[in-house]
Design a protein around this ligand. Structure first.
Ligand code: HEM
Length: 183
């Protein structure tokens, strides 16, 4: 596994990580600064408009370099299945997140942002963090703790339960916030 091609790919894997996850962190930092009234709403919108594109490029780079890496490794253990689910979750969640971010651009300073919109944005940002941190942690464990980790025993079941829990939170949130906004 530890061959020159593997290390070259790993270098580009980590370069994509810096670009993708770095952009996620910059966006979140601006979000936090906006909540604490340290930057203007327009600044947040402008920054997230740029960083959003870099997140996609970084994520695509992770997948493009990850595939040959896993082929060279030649083994998919239980924990790697969780990583695939985390990576897929980041990608799927990126679509509503992108749409929410575009809707955010339409709001003007001082506009009242609907609660249901804030709920969707918050949930989508949480899913993004969950996916990125899970994939990073699993990558780290595989590289620095053990190459093969046959845990958890039923990775597909665990993934399905996590996805169901997220869908349940989404459903409950929609029901609560939509009813509150009805006149
Ligand atoms: C958002 C997506 C991803 C993130 C954040 C991520 C993160 C990481 C990290 C942090 C490492 C450890 C690097 C080091 O410490 O040197 C790593 C290694 C690795 N990644 Fe990824 N990765 C992602 C996607 C993928 C994909 C899609 C694949 C396969 C299709 C993959 C396959 C690998 C392999 C084979 C390694 C070497 C360690 C090992 O698993 O044995 N990664 N990744």
């Amino acid at each position: 596994m530890d061959t020159t091609p593997f290390f070259i790919l790993l270098f580009f894997h980590l370069a994509s990580l810096i670009l993708g996850f770095g952009s996620v962190l910059v966006t979140d930092l601006y979000g936090m600064l906006w909540i604490r009234d340290r930057v203007r709403f327009r600044e947040l919108v402008n920054v997230s408009g740029v960083t959003g594109k870099f997140v996609w490029v970084g994520w695509a780079g992770m997948v493009v370099t990850g595939i040959p890496l896993i082929l060279l490794k030649g083994e998919v253990d239980d924990l790697m299945i969780l990583k695939f689910v985390a990576v897929g979750l980041i990608g799927i969640n990126g679509i509503p997140l992108h749409m929410l971010q575009r809707r955010l651009q339409a709001f003007q300073t001082g506009d009242e942002v609907p609660k249901v919109f804030m709920f969707r944005l918050g949930l989508s940002l949480f899913v993004s963090q969950l996916g990125w941190w899970s994939a990073i942690l699993i990558g780290f464990l595989h590289r620095h703790v053990a190459e093969i980790i046959e845990w958890p025993p039923r990775p597909w079941l665990v993934s399905a339960l996590v996805l169901l829990a997220l869908l349940a939170v989404w459903g409950v949130g929609e029901a609560i916030f939509k009813t509150r906004e009805e006149p």
